[in-house]
Design a protein around this ligand. Structure first.
Ligand code: UDP
Length: 367
């Protein structure tokens, strides 16, 4: 008899949601995490009364009412709406791409004028079927916006030429012919009041957890103590990199507390010019409308992942997709291991989709 019905490796959103459902179904669950705290990349650190998103900005948005009600049952979410500003060579533009952006760039005042401008630039570029991120971007918003707001930012973030990146990355962002600066199209959006730790604490309440505990340090011990494993780490590491290493992007944060109340007037300011080394500056207090006397800001520097760094983004290009599929074939043959989340599924997931998937996997894999 194993000690646990289910061992969950990693306490991010996938692991914590799965743990919650399994525990509610009467399973004996243990959650382990190699970091000294729970929550994976939604973990927040309180600095000067401000919830600092230690692993980068996490803005919750979803159109799935079940998911929205689910997260709100643990902690109320506020009305934060993401409206980033882009700084390009000292000029500010609204994101996502909308009439405010088009007006600032071209002086166009109506949707028809904006569409005509984009169509003209698209015709000049001769793109019919966009094959990569560059072509997709130009066909959506024209060459000017591509050059000013997309190319530099994307090449910094991914460390690759836009021609070598998949088109889907840029399709994450809305293009709107209205004066609407909301970054997301989803029906529901917000930040947990009091930070994401409240969500994780709620999900894991009453569940056994062990932090500072690395599965890979004693795999056979952990395997022999459980009937089922839910693995949320890197799938290539789970299989000892036997086909080679998948590529990830990591982010280095330069976080400072400043003796001012309001540094940039917005939670997110993107720096889209290639000559600025960071991609964006996050001012954390604005996620919760904070009025503390000080402020905390983080500059994000994107880099290629290597051992010892935190993997943040899978690089879903052709080469890595082929490699991932080899690992996926192995994963499919496992009877007692469920792989879930950004790292284990090598997928550029948003939080709501991770939760949706965990709820689905639970039904599929355990019930
Ligand atoms: N992007 C861009 N300019 C911006 C913001 C985003 O070109 O100012 C592109 C970039 O390629 C990025 C993608 O849009 O990888 C998705 O951006 P998102 O904000 O969804 O990225 P995340 O918040 O997940 O880092």
């Amino acid at each position: 008899m194993s000690k646990y019905d289910c061992l969950i490796i990693g306490s991010g959103l996938f692991g914590s949601v799965f743990a919650y459902k399994a525990a509610r179904a009467g399973k004996n669950v243990l959650v382990i995490d190699k970091r000294p705290y729970l929550g994976g990349n939604v973990y927040c650190e309180n600095v000067e009364g401000i919830n600092v998103h230690k692993y980068g900005a996490h803005i919750f948005h979803t159109s799935n009412k079940t998911v929205w009600d689910f997260v709100n049952s643990f902690v109320p979410f506020n009305r934060y709406t993401n409206s980033p500003v882009a700084n390009y060579k000292g000029n500010l533009y609204n994101l996502p791409f909308n009439m405010n952006t088009f007006y600032a760039l071209w002086g166009v005042k109506t949707p028809d004028e904006a569409k005509e401008k984009i169509e003209q630039q698209c015709r000049e570029a001769g793109i019919t079927e966009p094959k990569n991120l560059e072509e997709q971007a130009i066909s959506l918003v024209g060459r000017d916006i591509y050059e000013i707001l997309i190319k530099g930012y994307t090449e910094k973030q991914w460390g690759r030429d836009c021609k070598d990146l998949p088109a889907f990355i840029i399709k994450r962002l809305p293009v709107r012919f209205t004066f609407d600066n909301n970054y997301f199209n989803d029906n529901y959006q917000g930040i947990p009041v009091g930070g994401y730790n409240k969500l994780i604490d709620g999900l894991l309440e009453g569940i056994e957890t062990k932090t500072g505990t690395d599965f890979f340090e004693d795999r056979s011990y952990w395997k022999s103590n459980t009937d089922k494993i839910v693995f949320t780490g890197k799938i290539d590491e789970f299989y000892d990199y036997q086909f080679g290493k998948l590529e990830y992007r990591t982010v280095r944060f330069e976080t400072e507390t400043l003796e001012c109340e309001n540094y940039q007037g917005n939670a997110v300011v993107n720096y889209t010019d290639a000559s600025v080394p960071y991609t964006r500056i996050i001012e954390h207090k604005h996620f919760e409308f904070g009025n503390q006397p000080k402020t905390v800001v983080s500059k994000e520097y994107s880099a290629e992942w290597s051992d010892g760094a935190d993997p943040f983004y899978p690089v879903n290009d052709e080469k890595n997709t082929i490699l991932y599929n080899k690992y996926y074939e192995l994963a499919k043959k496992e009877n007692n291991v469920i792989f879930g989340g950004r790292l284990a599924e090598y997928k550029y997931y948003d939080m709501d989709k991770v939760i949706e998937k965990a709820l689905f996997c639970f039904r599929d894999g355990i019930e």
